[in-house]
Ligand binder design. Structure first.
Ligand code: ZN
Ligand code: ZN
Ligand code: ZN
Length: 431
């Protein structure tokens, strides 16, 4: 039997074969690898260069072009971040600069880089509400309809082309209907209404009725045949600060706190996701009657099912009798669920002024999308719950991005209301 040798690292109890020792200088493999990693780390630290891609660049279009260019990761290069973020740059673009961005996106599209092209165009629409008037024909020519918000506010000429296409292009109806929903003008509303009265033959190929596509663009066709928006125009970001505000400063709002009651399904304590007091600027904008609003849910069961809460006149939410425990809800052991997310609540604060309504309408453009009001960021298909009292579609009021609360948190909690019946609802989506 070959005699084994002790590893050279003081305190390491591993023993190794002489052949290994010859290769590693007397160290066991884990110690040897650790040494190599350390050497690599020191090498990188001593040789890493700072690179400022934006040095002496003042043209915001050029800055954005650099930002949208992906670079291979190189541990020896540390890129200096630009002092402004994408949202700030896009919102400050002049009309002429926005046109140059559109032209650049079309160049990329021509060259086959559809992902970057649509990312730029979606940023123009979502961050700054700019019209893509130079792009619609080209996008249709190239068969690019995703994300459909690129067609938002397109004029009658484009809408008519889309309406023609929808009748003839059987393989492409889904994106065409989405684009029409985003245009959502009077003619689209009329057409959706006609399709509801007499379903076209091709409607049976769809998973939902044609007029249901409206919800993907944040509106619905009412029973009376009118357009009704399902969200508030003003969009207040919920930002995460480094430290909680001084007590008192935050009196008009609170986020992610422990509620006064328990979940009847799992026995855990409910969580108040958002609480706004009377007079809060964001509260005036959303579908609520202006008094205190608190949206409760069970953050365990609520990821499986819509959860309704009934809010009493004082603004206190209670578990609704309309909640129906889904059959697929698993047996829940509360010990399996941590509560680290509660620590982030005091760090959240609503922005002083609203951002663009559609800032987060394309999920993935902005990595963090918590907000009150505005258009929701659907991770999956749009899903507006129905009020269990009046059977109307509930309005979107807020969303909380779990990625903002926990290091490995993911998914979004969406919040809805029926102001008339004083009912709130939550649902959860993740990728
Ligand atoms: Zn060792
Ligand atoms: Zn529960
Ligand atoms: Zn209702």
């Amino acid at each position: 039997m070959t005699e084994r040798i002790e590893c050279q690292t003081p305190g390491c109890s591993a023993t190794i074969l002489p052949a290994t020792a010859a290769k590693t200088g007397g160290y066991c493999m884990p110690c040897h690898q650790e040494q190599q990693r350390e050497e690599q780390r020191i090498f990188i630290e001593q040789n890493r260069k700072e690179v400022d891609l934006y040095e002496e660049i003042t043209d915001p279009v050029e800055v954005l072009r650099i930002m949208h260019t992906s670079r291979r990761y190189d541990p020896l290069i540390e890129y200096v971040p630009y002092p402004l973020n994408r949202e700030q740059l896009y919102t400050a673009l002049s009309l002429e600069e926005a046109e140059r961005m559109q032209a650049y996106a079309l160049e990329l599209l021509e060259a086959g880089d559809e992902d970057t092209a649509t990312e730029i165009l979606a940023s123009l629409v979502c961050y700054s509400g700019k019209l893509l008037d130079n792009c619609w024909l080209e996008l249709m020519e190239q068969n690019v309809y995703n994300p459909a918000i690129l067609f938002k506010d397109a004029p009658p000429s484009i809408r008519n082309l889309l309406l023609e296409k929808v009748e003839i292009h059987s393989g492409n109806r889904n994106p065409l209907l989405l684009a029409l929903a985003w245009i959502g003008d009077e003619a689209v509303v009329q057409q959706f209404l006609e399709w509801r009265r007499a379903a076209p033959e091709w409607a049976q190929e769809l998973y939902v009725t044609p007029e249901r596509y409206a919800q993907e663009a944040g509106w619905e066709l009412t029973a009376a045949g009118e357009r009704r928006d399902l969200f508030a125009r003003k969009n207040y970001a919920m930002e995460r600060m480094d430290a909680p505000l001084e007590a008192g400063d935050q009196a008009s709002e609170a986020f992610v706190t422990v509620s006064h009651q328990q979940c009847p399904w799992c026995g855990g304590q409910l969580t108040t996701l958002v609480e706004l007091q009377k007079g809060h600027p964001a509260l005036k904008e959303i579908a609520w009657d202006g008094e205190r609003l608190a949206v409760d849910t069970c953050v365990i069961c609520g990821s499986y099912s819509v959860i309704y809460m009934e809010v009493d006149p004082a603004g206190t939410p209670f578990w609704s009798k309309h909640n129906q425990r889904p059959d697929y809800l698993p047996d829940i052991n509360l010990d399996d669920y941590g509560q680290d997310y509660l620590a982030a609540g005091p760090l959240l604060s609503t922005a002083e002024s609203p951002r663009n309504t559609y800032h987060s309408a394309v999920w993935g453009i902005d990595p963090i999308v918590s907000q009150i009001g505005g258009h929701p960021s659907w991770v999956q298909d749009a899903e507006y719950p129905v009020c269990p009292c009046c059977s109307h579609t509930m309005s979107f009021i807020a969303q909380l991005d779990w990625g903002q609360l926990e290091e490995y948190g993911e998914g979004i909690y969406y919040m809805f209301s029926c102001a008339k019946d004083r009912i709130t609802a939550t649902l959860y989506q993740q990728s």
